[in-house]
Write a protein that binds this ligand. Structure first.
Ligand code: MG
Length: 259
């Protein structure tokens, strides 16, 4: 027992050391795109373009499967009176976002991203049934393949079923992260996840999970981090990615830390 503990401690120390030596800089992910700026809105095509224009590592987006098995980009389970999983895509896309754009389909989002270089961090929202989620994952994975974006996509979900389906159906090596915060690093590794993508409060409670993920060869992303103190804490703990509504602030802090 004692030997096991010593071995685990040495592994973690070694991992922490090699992380410091490699010192890869924390990357910026724009939460629902870069939307806190003129003319933009959450999950709009504009927010994707703006995240790319400030060179974010990735731009996160939320996806629903509609009642007619199409994929649309929006966060809310009810958006301006429309429930995406109960409505057709034709109805969803008549709803306007706050910047006047129609709610985008995933196809429109993917087509635009072919002109850009930021990575797509695709979140599948939890649906009412696992069958809907499986159909959604099949549709997303196929579309990303058809538009040749497999090297620029990562998948995330609060739904454990969706996470397992992404791991099963996406090409081997595609990063898939679980968002719900209730699984320890080893359990994520056993599932085949690329790492822990948890709310900041989870890492505040379990800061040791960051080094444990790294020791297991996994990545760490924290969300949704909008103030400077929290950003500094995460950067000091060598997290790989921070998802934020304020990508410019995070970039400023990273720049300052480099000097
Ligand atoms: Mg999201």
């Amino acid at each position: 027992m004692k030997l096991k503990k010593i071995l685990l401690t040495s592994t973690l120390l070694l991992a922490a050391y090699s992380t410091t030596m490699q010192a890869q800089q924390t990357q910026v992910i724009a939460h629902r795109g870069f939307w806190q700026t003129t003319g933009s809105a959450q999950n709009s095509i504009t927010a994707l373009v703006k995240a790319d224009s400030i060179h974010c590592y990735g731009s996160e987006l939320d996806v629903w499967l509609t009642a007619d098995n199409q994929l649309v980009v929006n966060h809310d389970d009810v958006f301006k009176g429309v429930i995406p999983q109960d409505a057709t895509a034709a109805v969803c896309t008549t709803v306007r976002l706050d910047n006047g754009e129609p709610m985008p389909t995933l196809r429109q989002y993917v087509l635009k991203s072919r002109e850009l270089s930021t990575r797509l961090i695709v979140e599948l929202k939890p649906h009412r049934t696992p069958e809907q989620e499986t159909r959604a994952v099949q549709g997303i994975v196929r579309m990303i393949h058809d538009y040749d974006l497999e090297d620029r996509v990562e998948y995330i979900s609060f739904s454990l079923h969706a996470v397992k389906e992404f791991i099963r159906l996406a090409p081997a090596g595609t990063p898939v992260f679980y968002l719900n915060g209730d699984l320890e690093p080893q359990a994520l590794k056993d599932l085949g996840c690329a790492g822990a993508d948890y709310e900041l409060s989870v890492f505040r409670q379990h800061p040791e999970w960051i080094a444990e993920c790294h020791a297991l060869g996994m990545k760490v992303n924290a969300w949704t981090v909008n103030n400077a103190q929290d950003m500094e804490w995460l950067i000091a703990h060598n997290v790989d990615y921070i998802t934020t509504n304020d990508p410019l602030l995070l970039q400023q802090i990273l720049q300052k830390n480099k000097q």
